[in-house]
Design a protein around this ligand. Structure first.
Ligand code: F6P
Length: 357
């Protein structure tokens, strides 16, 4: 008999349900007797002992369902060692609930912050297996995270729709794509949607270069320009500020996000009308794309196998087209960023895409 706790933490994404279904189907198919404890709303459920016993029926019909049947929440890692408002030691509370329910292991689905806490629980002696979810694809130790391809599809659709109206009106359009710290989503959706300029956090931009790229297009007879701008895109000037100074700048900025600042600067320098579109959380919503359904099912299935083999302390990831187990200690606390020297960036530049650098 295996007693498995499961939780989804952090920002949700597509294919979380598909991944959990993959784990559970694999366990059930093996013939092993299993009890599944679903902790609700991320680590909060584990801290406060808020869980639901799950049966096979809970995992039926959820392969194509977006969101997470367990609910999610953000529990910042930097606060995990701080007692809650009633003085409760959160880490101790999680351990106690784990031992009280006599769990064999926890299956934790999440992104960067989630992995730091998962690794902490491992260090505290709990058996943990994790699965890499996030539309940002910024998790270290895996070439791919589930949710990413679905989000690329949605952000690309947004750019595709903008293309036709931008062409009709001869306007400059900015599509703001999710990703505060990394630009994988913007880079991929931007290339897939044929964006002319792509601005990402890893490659600080010079607004004069951005304007130059628009002017060059005009000279070549293109009446419109599309920019794919990551939420966390940053100018060369701002990149020189300290973290504190930059936070202060954002706090006092008249613009709701960097895209609006870029739009105002383009208008001021060129007189061009600029429109900003923000698909926002639609990028995390809806049904997972076929790639993510298969991918999350594969990772879930391998996680199920690790549980059956009693192998813990790993994230199930994807490297060089193989599903692999990666020690959690090698993953936690590291970001996978776009290198400005990456071949994909060089190829995009050879295609004529400007990064404003
Ligand atoms: O981590 C995924 C993500 O969607 C980021 O791309 C985005 O910046 C952030 O979460 C948004 O967070 P929230 O849902 O808390 O507004």
């Amino acid at each position: 008999m295996k007693r498995i706790g499961m939780l989804t933490s952090g920002g949700d994404c597509q294919a979380l349900n598909a991944a959990m279904r993959g784990v559970v189907k694999t366990l059930f198919t093996s013939g092993e007797e299993v009890e599944i404890y679903g902790f609700l709303e991320g680590y909060r459920g584990l801290i406060y002992g808020n869980f639901r016993m799950l049966t096979g029926a809970d995992f039926s019909g959820i392969l194509t369902k977006g969101g997470t049947i367990l609910g999610s929440s953000r529990t910042p890692f930097k606060l995990i060692r701080e007692p809650d408002e009633n003085g409760l030691d959160k880490v101790e509370a999680m351990k106690q609930n784990y031992y009280k329910l006599q769990l064999d292991c926890l299956v934790i689905l999440g992104g960067n912050g989630t992995h730091k806490t998962a690794n902490l629980l491992r260090e505290e002696g709990l058996n943990v297996i994790t699965l890499p979810k996030t539309i940002d694809n910024d998790l270290y130790g895996t070439d791919m995270t589930f949710g990413f391809q679905s989000a690329v599809n949605i952000a690309t659709d947004a750019i595709d729709c903008i293309h036709t109206t931008a062409a009709s009106h001869g306007r400059v359009f900015i599509v703001e794509v999710m990703g505060h710290k990394v630009g994988w989503l913007t880079l991929n959706a931007g290339m897939a949607g044929g964006a002319d300029i792509i601005l990402i956090p890893e490659i600080p931009y010079d607004i004069d270069k951005v304007v130059q790229a628009i002017e060059d297009r005009k000279k070549r007879g293109s009446k419109f320009t599309i920019l794919a701008v990551a939420e966390g895109a940053i100018s060369k000037e701002d990149a020189k500020l300290s973290k504190k100074e930059y936070k202060e700048k954002l706090k006092n900025s008249p613009y709701p996000s960097v895209s609006y600042e870029v739009a105002a600067q383009i208008l001021e320098r060129t007189g061009n009308e600029v429109r900003v579109t923000v698909p926002g959380h639609t990028q995390r919503g809806g049904s997972p794309c076929p790639y993510d359904r298969v991918f999350a099912s594969r990772l879930g299935s391998e996680a199920g196998k690790l549980i059956l083999d009693g192998e813990y302390g790993f994230m199930v990831g994807y490297k060089n087209r193989e599903v692999v187990k990666v020690p959690l200690k090698d993953v936690a606390g590291k970001l996978k960023m776009v290198s400005p020297d990456a071949t994909i960036v060089q190829e995009a530049k050879m295609l004529g895409i400007s990064f404003g650098d």
